[in-house]
Design a protein around this ligand. Structure first.
Ligand SMILES: *Cc1c(COP(=O)(O)O)cnc(C)c1O
Length: 367
């Protein structure tokens, strides 16, 4: 029987493992940082109406430049951004892939700061871009000095920041991003997938774009916007950057249905984002309760919490799964990550982990 190893696959892909967050049917799924609140019904009806109208002309290729969608995304982001500074693709993962196709690739390198979003290294690998592990400070911080030191040490073609960072929930300061930009001639990417969950009075890297033509800020509708299944990620940057991405994107990469659905959802941005404050409240509740149970949650600006103090992460993961709650083992020693769900889901998680704490998990699983 033929296996992957028998195929003439690229040498640099041999032995690699694909992205593999488990997709299990579990009553309480808090493992991939989705917004677990459903789309409001009136918004759903409006999306369906838009889709129905798009279907009538689906015999034609879609607007290759997705102009109306880019206008809507620019309007949503604000900061004086205009259509020509916006790009979009099927999830921000595809945006990141296009960035590496255009600015990375064989012979080029990208510096990232683990622990960080596992897809960054996987997309680097897929595009033949060498991934370099940077070093963080204590508390998962990256000071301006540390960022500059790592850039000078490794001389990468691109630098990836993730802020707030997945899986730690910690932000990267604007001072660090600005210092990193000044320390390189390369592309600096800030993955802001969780931007809507940061404290309301805090600026994002969008405020740094003016005058920084090599700075790219990526966003997604997958998390705060409750639109993960639709696959819509986007980017704000200098218009020349979007010209670069046009060189590598597939023609008509955003289907007419995707464009219609996203335009309809953006018209209801307030309603789609109505649950963000609630989710932030559940996140803060998780932090308080986990601390009370003797765990060590990391302060979070996102919709999830990384927590330490777990003797046996695999055993705790399995014990929660047995109770119908799935969270995420991200491979950090002594830690697990949980997404903030609805109030009921969060309660289910907290009750399950409290109950597990009272049973000798390790003893039970060791026989
Ligand atoms: C979830 C997540 C994304 C989202 O990817 P999409 O392809 O837009 O669904 C991007 N970056 C980070 C850091 C994430 O955690």
């Amino acid at each position: 029987m033929t296996t992957l190893d028998d195929l003439p696959i690229r040498a640099d892909l041999r032995g690699r493992t694909p992205y593999g967050a488990p997709q299990k049917q579990v009553p309480v799924a808090l493992n991939v940082n989705e917004n677990t609140h459903p789309v409001p019904e009136d918004v759903a009806h409006d999306i369906v109406a838009r889709l129905a109208s798009a279907i009538l002309t689906i015999n034609r290729y879609p607007d290759r430049e997705f102009g109306e969608l880019r206008d809507r995304l620019a309007g949503y982001l604000g900061h004086g951004l205009t259509r020509d500074q916006i790009w979009a693709a099927n999830g921000s993962n595809e945006v990141l892939q296009q960035i590496l196709q255009a600015f990375g690739g064989p012979g080029r390198s990208v510096l990232g700061f683990p622990p960080t979003y596992s897809m960054h290294a996987i997309i680097a690998s897929g595009t033949g871009t060498r991934w370099i592990d940077g070093t963080r400070d204590a508390g998962y911080d990256i000071s301006p000095e540390t960022a500059v030191r790592e850039i000078e040490r490794t001389r990468p073609d691109l630098v990836f920041f993730c802020s707030p960072n997945n899986p730690t929930g910690t932000p990267v300061s604007l001072e660090t991003i600005a210092a990193a930009y000044d320390a390189t001639d390369g592309i600096v990417v800030v993955d802001e997938a969780y931007a809507e969950f940061i404290p309301a009075d805090q600026p994002t890297a969008l405020t740094l774009l003016e005058g920084r033509d090599r700075l790219l800020v990526s966003r997604t509708m997958s998390k705060a916007f409750a639109f993960a299944g639709a696959r819509l990620g986007y980017l704000a940057a200098h218009s020349a950057v979007t010209d670069a991405l046009r060189l590598v994107r597939l023609p008509y990469h955003l289907s007419a249905l995707t464009q219609a659905a996203a335009i309809a959802a953006l018209a209801h941005a307030d309603e789609m984002l109505a649950m963000v404050d609630d989710i932030k409240g559940q996140r803060d509740r998780i932090i308080v309760e986990l601390e009370r149970l003797g765990y060590a949650p990391v302060p979070s600006w996102s919709n999830f919490v990384l927590f330490g103090g777990v003797d046996d992460p695999h055993a705790l993961f399995e014990a929660l799964l047995e109770r119908g709650v799935i969270i995420r083992d991200i491979g950090i020693e002594g830690h697990l990550r949980v997404s903030a769900g609805t109030e009921a889901e969060t309660t289910a998680f907290l009750e399950a982990i409290a109950a597990v704490g009272r049973t000798p998990v390790a003893a039970k699983l060791n026989g």
